[in-house]
Design a protein around this ligand. Structure first.
Ligand code: CMP
Length: 453
């Protein structure tokens, strides 16, 4: 483990992934440790330098001298980011870690590029279950005498704590492994955490974020277990209601730990949101630098492909577009070629040339010059067939953003609203092209009639 010294606090953290890559800070929740974020690291470290921290007072990190508050934790995360990078980071927060992430995005938005929040505490009011059974014990733990007494009683009470905590934490048909469950339980009951647990319990309530999410510009993917009995879905309602740029996902058969209980679907959502390969074994997966994705996100606003999409949707789509550059007059795709990518012109022009008649290349006609913001290649993307025309770079060359057919299909499956919006945009472009073709045909008919006369 690495140790980062920030403002007198010693933060122990796992540090995994390419050193020069964009930072992803992984922040665990209440009564937990960096272990809680470990299932996400193999996937995220493909593209990010992942720093999974132990918050002060948890895991290996010593407690703060002063009282723990959500604002103080957020400040430390902010200092960690500025100390390591000049660029904004991606924050991945679970439970209370989600509240810390959101607080930082409110305090210093320029430090936070995007967020993935898993069952985040928003209002700070936990479930009836937690308030009834866990809160009184937590409050007593503030006092060293009770804390010691509870640790002495704990081993003989494991079956009681299990029967209280399991329904609060996990779905009835949860698929969490026994080993992971035992590790999470050990973290939750780690000795010496009494004071920080009690402080954080109060801190979460004080940090009530409901009513404040409207101010947030930062896009986020918010994943919630449908059976979360720790942070109730009431808080998911606040996210849906107030946070324009949040993409909310409710995962069935998961409670408060979707990344352990339903890892496949959880990873898939995260991968598609952050533009990562959903299957780690996929060798041809696209992993492009974050700055490129940000640039493309902006470009999409005024394009046929991205028109009308929200910032969150554009961010998500941008991560799937591959940038390709062609010199002047270069052949991009030949007629009848097996290629099913859709092209969005980012810079320069792309020419569409009609098929040659009887193999005579001089009979080819320029059908259309596709300019920046316009798409082409949608026919093969939609029907899976071969190219219907030659595609050639214009006089100044062309920069294309390519969207692969399989990627659009996977994206539409993962995010039907986005898939729907993108397909509408493609269909509109196709309709416009057909209108233009009809108009051109009318002109030709008129010319023919004039010639006949
Ligand atoms: N008559 C046309 N006018 C404008 N664009 C066309 C015309 N015919 C084909 N195209 C475009 O050229 C592309 C070549 O690849 P696709 O067949 O995938 O999709 C095709 C359309 O996007």
């Amino acid at each position: 483990m690495e140790v980062f010294s920030i403002d007198g606090a010693q933060i122990h953290a796992l540090d995994v992934g390419p050193r020069q890559a964009q930072l992803a800070i992984l922040i665990h929740g209440w009564s937990s440790s960096s272990f809680a974020m470990s299932p996400l690291i193999p996937l995220l470290s493909r593209r990010f330098r992942c720093i999974a921290i132990d918050l002060p007072g948890y895991g290996e990190s010593p407690p703060l001298r002063e009282r723990a508050t959500i604002g103080r934790y957020a400040q430390l995360v902010g200092r960690l980011i500025t100390g390591l990078s000049e660029h904004p980071a991606v924050l991945i927060g679970h439970s209370m870690g989600g509240m810390i992430s959101t607080t930082l995005a409110l305090q210093v938005p320029q430090l936070v590029d995007r967020m993935v929040l898993i069952c985040p505490t928003i209002s700070g009011r936990l479930s009836f279950w937690i308030n009834t059974f866990v809160s009184p014990i937590t409050m007593m733990e503030r006092f060293p005498f009770f804390s010691r007494l509870l640790s002495l009683l704990e081993p003989s009470m494991l079956s009681v704590t299990d029967s209280l905590m399991k329904p609060a934490s996990f779905a009835e048909r949860s698929a969490i492994s026994e080993a992971d469950y035992l590790r999470l339980r050990a973290d939750a009951r780690r000795p010496g955490q009494g004071r920080v647990r009690a402080e954080c319990f109060v801190a979460m309530r004080r940090q009530d974020l409901s009513g404040r999410l409207r101010e947030l510009e930062t896009p986020a993917l918010v994943i919630w277990g449908a059976e979360d009995n720790t942070v109730p879905l009431r808080d998911a309602g606040v996210v849906a209601d107030e946070w324009r740029n949040a993409d909310l996902r409710i995962v069935p058969k998961a409670g408060h730990w979707p990344h352990f209980e339903t890892p496949e679907v959880t990873m898939r959502y995260i991968a598609s949101y952050l533009g990562l390969p959903s299957l780690i074994s996929q060798p041809d997966a696209l992993v492009q630098p974050a700055e490129v994705t940000t640039q493309i996100t902006e470009f999409l606003v005024n394009s046929q492909l991205g028109s009308g999409l929200s910032l969150a949707q554009r961010t998500r789509l941008a991560a799937h577009l591959e940038r390709r550059r062609y010199p002047p007059q270069a052949l991009v795709d030949r007629i009848n070629q097996e290629s099913t990518d859709l092209y969005l012109v980012q810079e320069g022009t792309l020419e569409v040339w009609s098929p040659p008649i009887d193999g005579d290349p001089t009979s080819q006609r320029l059908l259309m010059t596709v300019v920046a913001g316009q798409i082409t290649g949608e026919m093969s993307l939609l029907d899976g067939g071969r190219r219907s025309a030659d595609l050639r770079a214009g006089e100044e060359g062309v920069t294309l953003l390519a969207l692969r057919r399989e990627r659009l299909r996977a994206l539409a499956e993962d995010d039907p609203a986005l898939g729907n919006a993108v397909l509408w945009n493609i269909a509109s472009a196709l309709a416009l092209r057909l209108r233009l073709a009809n108009w051109q045909q009318q002109g030709l008919v008129r010319e023919l009639q004039a010639l006949k006369r």
